[in-house]
Design a protein around this ligand. Sequence first.
Ligand SMILES: [Cu+2]
Length: 133
Amino acid sequence: MTGTRLQTFRPLRMFRRWGPAGLVCALALAVAVLAGCGSSGGSGSGGSAGASSSFVITIKDFSFTTPASVSPGATITVKNEDDTAHTVTADTGNAFDDQAPTGTSTFTAPTKAGSYAFHCTFHPEMHGTLVVR
Ligand SMILES: [Cu+2]
């Protein structure tokens, strides 16, 4: 009698011990499969989108350092490493006029391709060119 009871209880204990581990394994597999599918499909669009929006204009020692070119409508990050405020202002029209206090600011590049000369309104000797293409 006790022997049969033990035989029925042992498998149950085994299942209880394997249950959580089995669940974890199954979940891990499912996550791995999902992550694998997600990354293979998403890395292409996600990666390129991240790269295309990382345009930085650096201002240091009263001088602009500008990317070779930026994408139309891209978000441009302006890093002003000077202790004084500057601006990134288009010479003509109002294509962009970014107030650039010390630190980081952003503005949106023109959506029209072209070469946009810009200056700093506080320091007219500061010039740069933003190429959009
Ligand atoms: Cu300035």
